[in-house]
Design a protein around this ligand. Structure first.
Ligand SMILES: [Zn+2]
Length: 389
């Protein structure tokens, strides 16, 4: 059942299903793979299965998703499931109403709660407190105490350690002790997008399972299940924009299917294509300049970056169609006609140079520069590159 909610990772799921079926699960795993590949959702599914009241009746299918245990796990409140990520030390200080630093502790707690909220909303999100020194020794000491206690309700304890490469050295050594003599009722799942930075002694105690980014077709099928109201063009464009990162894909999907208050992702893409057209038609160039001024007023920073990214994806389509006029897997299948027309009208334009200019503009906007100035500079530069005779 719930294995079906995982996006991609067929091979990795098979390894885990086989181990579960034969009751030969390792004591400790290292789930290694790029950010946003969804490896942590596999860790949570494993934790759910090991505690689900119905999973024994659903061999090979995963957790039931509806029993009390599954629902607790979904809310990150299961007594057998521990989830560690980098936090600030102040979070672990005992709060004392008579003390002055109480306000600071409250603020730290709020920041922590906000990350948990975000994780509940977006299971592909990787939480970490900004001022954290990493996963702290105190966090692992708490884990040690919890490991000593028997699990509730006949399940298994599952300790999921997100961003394991950020274990503080002392914390890593404490964890190593636990891994060397693991209690039989505990399964450790360390998760890392930089497994080479995980302490080798820890790595050697874990069975490594390597994850890749899900394939575009897998992400598209997931979007189709989740938001059947979207058409192929919308699905395909979200897949392209996400570049295989499921956390981004979910953000974009929510923007696209949201309440309509914010411009949807494909709507922003259409604006970007109009802007490009205005750069290319001398009589309309002033409209392109107008777009530069509107952009910071009408779009958030994230949306401004989507606007520019849409241009990159369009140029990628143009380049593909220039090489192969029948290229099938376009980022923007719904505007293939425009793409083909662009190829014909501007056969020798330096799209590499144009893309480099756009990427530089994105970096500059990310550094909080004035969007109007960056966009005005980019517009002039794109005109120079694209209108060259
Ligand atoms: Zn269940």
């Amino acid at each position: 059942m719930s294995w079906n909610n995982i996006v991609g990772h067929e091979h990795q799921l098979r390894v885990l299903k086989t181990a579960l079926g034969a009751d030969r699960l390792a004591h400790a795993y290292l789930f290694a793979g790029p950010e946003g590949s969804g490896k942590e959702t596999v860790a949570f599914e494993l934790a759910k299965i090991l505690n689900c009241r119905n999973s024994r009746d659903l061999p090979g299918e995963g957790s039931c998703g509806v029993c009390e245990s599954c629902r607790q796990a979904d809310r990150l409140m299961h007594p057998n499931v521990e989830y560690l990520f980098p936090i600030e030390a102040a979070l672990l200080e005992p709060s004392d109403p008579s003390k002055k630093e109480n306000k600071k502790v409250t603020e730290v707690k709020e920041r922590y709660e906000a990350l948990i909220e975000e994780k509940l909303r977006n299971p592909f999100f990787t939480p970490a407190m900004e001022r954290s020194m990493g996963i702290l020794t105190e966090q692992v000491l708490i884990l040690q105490q919890k490991a000593a206690l028997a699990p509730r309700d006949g399940g298994k304890k599952v300790f999921i350690i997100s961003q394991a490469e950020r274990l503080h050295p002392t914390a890593a050594n404490k964890l190593l002790k636990l891994l060397e003599e693991p209690p039989a009722h505990v399964v450790f799942v360390l998760v890392s997008s930089r497994p080479e930075s995980v302490l080798p002694t820890i790595r050697s105690r874990c069975q490594t399972l390597s994850f890749a980014r899900p394939k575009p077709a897998e992400i598209e099928a997931w979007i189709a299940r989740r938001a059947p109201q979207l058409d192929e063009a919308e699905r395909r464009f979200i897949v392209s924009l996400s570049r295989g990162n499921l956390a981004s894909a979910l953000e974009l999907l929510e923007a696209e299917t949201g309440d309509g208050a914010a411009p949807a992702v494909v709507g922003i893409r259409n604006k970007a294509i109009d802007y490009l057209r205005n750069i290319l038609v001398p009589a309309k160039f002033h409209e392109a300049i107008g777009t530069c001024e509107e952009l910071p007023k009408n779009l958030s920073r994230t949306e401004q970056l989507i606007f520019l990214d849409a241009l990159l994806l369009f140029f990628q389509d143009v380049t593909r169609r220039a090489i192969d006029p029948a290229f099938p897997e376009l980022n923007n299948p719904d505007i293939a006609e425009n793409t083909n027309r662009f190829v014909k009208a501007f056969p020798n334009r330096d799209l590499y140079q144009a893309s480099t200019a756009i990427e530089e503009a994105m970096r500059t906007i990310n550094r909080n520069a004035s969007v109007i100035l960056v966009m005005a500079g980019l517009t002039a530069e794109l005109r120079g590159i694209l209108q060259k005779r």
